[in-house]
Structures are given as structure tokens and as C-alpha cells.
Design a protein around this ligand. Sequence first.
Ligand SMILES: Nc1nc2c(c(=O)[nH]1)N[C@H]1C(S)=C(S)[C@@H](COP(=O)(O)O)O[C@H]1N2
Ligand SMILES: [Mo]
Length: 592
Amino acid sequence: MREEEKDPRPYRSLPRVACGALSGALAGFASLAVAEPVAAAVRPQAGPVVAVGGAAIDMTPAPVKDWAIRHFGTDDKLVLELGILAVLGLLALALGAAAVRFRRTGAAGVLLFGAVGATAALGRPDSAGPADALPSLVGAAAGALLLYVLTGRLTAVRQPEAAGLPRRAGKPPASGEPAPEVGEPAPASGEPAPEAGEPAPGAAREADRVSGVGGSAGSADGDASIETPGWDRRGFVIAAASAAAASAAVGAVGRSLNGSRGRNAVASRERVVLPRPGSPARRPPRGAGLRVAGVSPFVTPNTDFYRVDTALVVPEVDATDWRLRVRGKGVRRPVTYSFDDLLRRELVERDITLTCVSNEVGGPYVGNARWTGVRLADLLAECGVKPPSRGGPADQLVSRSVDGMTIGTPVEDVMDGRDALLALGMNGEPLPFAHGFPVRMVVPGLYGYVSACKWIQELELTTFDAYDPYWVRRGWARRAPVKTQSRIDTPKPFARPRAGTVMVAGVAWAQHRGIDRVEIRVDDGPWQEARLAPEDTRDTWRQWSFPWQAAPGTHTLTVRATDREGRVQTDERTRTAPDGASGRHSVVVTVE
Ligand SMILES: Nc1nc2c(c(=O)[nH]1)N[C@H]1C(S)=C(S)[C@@H](COP(=O)(O)O)O[C@H]1N2
Ligand SMILES: [Mo]
């Protein structure tokens, strides 16, 4: 108390500003909460945070995105979403604090945020039309109204009949009764609750008027004859608490509506029974998976398979009403396929290793799975499509996903006899949602961003001249065959193995060309041949191992692969952009 007596003004003016800030936070919360059920009715992806997050992802320059992927991995989206909420929260607090003084401006500010959200939603590539603006707009309208009402409580000046009231009390006049607000919740985080008997907090002017009478704990009586315009603390707390409760309820309803949408998709996935493939995968040769501890398993389990995409919310598509359209140059007439149409075709099953162009040398964005699907080349041929080498007018196949991703693949590659698939299954189960349920593309030999469209819904035949898909517009190469690469899985960097025989092992890949040899170098020594596990297909990675007679000391192990076209993995280090990292993986270990 003593401190406040010294200079009461800043402290006295605080609680009201804090309540303003709290109003701002509540208005933000209400906006997002009200947007939930509206988004559930319109489209979950049209929700403000998802839309703004999606726009942020799209506007992020490639190097920053690469950095984010590197540092946060698959958590990059969570980090982004939390970041957006944190920024929104801070802005809401500031807006609320300002709204104590400028009530209309505060409310207008909330509407402005709504406009930003709506603009982001309308600008999303998967936007379904003007309705996408509704979640942000309706939410912001609710938030603006709430802020206006709450700050109204803060500014409500007690008119003459208030004279004689205990200064902050919402209670009937009672002479000398201690102000009842002692037990009230603190108005905002960390704000000390004003103590009983303090003068009514308020704008500096009001504080001036009452400053002579307060300041001593427990003496709430003051001079009842002074007119003390105050604000209705009790009314504010009640209004704020009800608003918070109502927002939480509305938000919860919205969430559950969204959830039920998802449940239909989940149910549709559970109903899928993949028929036996007419063309099963060849059984991998014995020994394709080495028995060496620490090496990546030959088949990557679905739960461990890397995931790279721009989707803030994994699309949950109901297979029952999923359709794939095929249209564009050289397509006789546009054709639409349902999920059942695909299931009725001959299914092929193939082991194919998928790699991301954002994979650093030695990085984790590579996995090998057994995919079940239909032959993409056959389906295109049925629609009248011819590859450029046979006179077809389209050289680029653009796949579009339900979330607006566009991916461009050379028509020639898709139709040159390789196992380009519209995949429905991954390692014996329907595609997991995160990996593209109900249908995705997989094309051996090409990085995922130019071949592996998940949640696919359209195939458009066009040309590389006429159209640049999503990543190409962001500076990545139009065409991107996978570079020959190898990785040391064991020992791990900075491991401390015992001297003697140390098993060095890992994987090497050069999809669609095949791996011919893998060599290991210890420090600056000669390249030594590693033992290669038998090849499954040239579209899959190969494991390799090398029994190293390790002498004590710190050593650098380096690996290089040579593909079937005789190309040795280059030593020249490049970044991932624009067409995949090159260079050799090495690991430093200390032998004890
Ligand atoms: N719809 C959609 N499909 C997509 C992407 C995406 O962002 N959206 N990313 C692509 C990239 S860059 C890669 S490497 C692969 C990754 O597939 P996975 O997540 O199943 O491993 O999906 C491709 N398909
Ligand atoms: Mo990728």
C-alpha cells in the first residue's frame, strides 16, 4: 500500500486498462469460438486460424520453410498455429486495452481482424467460394459486439444517483460498508486485485477526483458526499464470465460438429476392403532387410513414415463422395471416377521408395512402402491421353488435391512403363489420412513434390509452358528426378563404439535407376566396397553394411553410392532447393 500512496495514479488507472485487455482477449476468444460452428457448417479449412496459417505457409519464402521443416520437422505446423494464436492473443490484449478509451475503434479493430481472416480464407487455393469468408466474419462480428459491450461496462459512469455509493460497489448505498469486491477474481493475468477500500480505479481524471480519499486499506467509507463516477466492476465480471462461458460452449459445439464430419470420413475408411491385387508385388528377396541393429527397416511402417505437406489440418475426405476428375489437353472427354470405380479396376501392388526434395543429405524424409493402387498410365490412356513421344499435346500432368495443392509431373514419365500409381493402399491398409486417404499419386523416381499428390481430386493435362504448380511458383525446379543418395544409419553421429569390428550400415536409393554399389571411406582412406543387400526392385532403396575394423580415436565415416547408370554420388554439396540436396553423408565417431 505504501508504494501506491507515493504515486497512486498509474496503479489506479491500471485495473481498468487490465479489464480492457481482458475484454480484448475475451473478444478474440469469442471470435474464434463462434467461427468454429460456422466453419463446421461451411468448411473446416475456412476457419480463421487455419486460413491465416495456410496463407502464412504459402507466403513463407522457400528457405524459411525449409528451415522450419528442418528445425520443427512435422511439428512445424503446430509451432505455426501456436505462433498465430500467440500473436492474436497479444494483439487482442492491446486492442482491448485501447478500447477502454476508444470503444468504437476497438470493436472496429476486431472486425478488421475478421476481414484479414476472411481475405485469407477467400484466397486459399482450395477456397470453395464466398461462403469461406463467413467463419471469420461472423466470428469477428460476435467478438466486436462483445468487446463493445464489455468496454461499455468499463466506461459506464454512475449518474448522480450513484453519489453516496461506496465507490466501486454495485451494491445499494450502505454507509461505511467495506467494498464487497475483495474476493473478486483479478481482472487480468498477474494483475493484483484491487484491495478493498482503494479508490475507484478509473481514468486519470477520475482518479484525481478521488485520490484524496482512498489509499488506506479497510477504510472504504471515504467521503460519501463526493460524486464518484465509477464503473460497474461486478457487472463487468459477470458479463465477462458469461461471455467466456458462452464462447467456450459455442466453440465446443463447433468442434464436435467438425468432429462428426471427420467421423464420416473415418467410417468410410474403416469400410474400405482392399481387394487382392491382380498384380501383386514381387516378394522382396531374402536378405533385402539386413539384420543389423540400427539400420532403417526395409519397409517403413506407416506410423514411422515421414510426412511432408502444407496442410495445417489433415484433410479427412469421405471416400463415399470422393471423385477424381480427369480433364485437359488431349483428354477425349472429361471423365470422373469414384472410389468404387478405382476399386473395381485391376489393382497392382508395388514396393516404391518415396523421397522428399527437402531431405538434407543424411536426412529422414525418405521411406519405403508397399503401395496398392491402379495404373495411372492405363487410366490416362482410357481418357485418350498420349505421351508427348507419341504425339500427345500435353507434357505436364497437374494433380490437384482437396486442399488446393498442385503438383506437376511429366506425362512422359507417368506413361513410360514405370509403375506410376493412383495409390489406395499403403503397407496393406487403406492410405492413412496423413498420407493421402482416399487416393494419392506415387511415381517411382521423382521427388514427392513433383509426383506424389495426396488427397488427389483432379488430374489436368497441360504443358510445362502453360502452368506452374505450387512449388515451382516458389522457386523449385519444374522437373525433379530423385538424386542418387546414401545414408549412414549406424553408428549415429558422435557415437562411441568399442574398438574392434563395428557394423556400419544404412540405406542407398536411386529410384528407377537402381543402386549398383555402395562404398565407405574411413577418414581419408581408400573407398571400400560395402556389402549390398539384394535388390527388391530398382524403385526401392537398398540396405548396405560394412564391417569396420575400428581402431581407437576419432574417425569420419563417409558413404557414397553409384547408380545403375554408372553415376557416382557427387561430393559436391548443394542445398535442397531447387531440385534436391547433393553431397555425401558422413558421420564422426570416437572409437574407444
Ligand atoms: N496435397 C498434398 N500432397 C502432397 C504434398 C502436399 O503438401 N499436399 N506434399 C508433397 C511432398 S513435398 C512430398 S515429399 C510427399 C510426401 O508424402 P508423405 O507425407 O506421404 O510422406 O507428398 C507430396 N504430396
Ligand atoms: Mo517433398
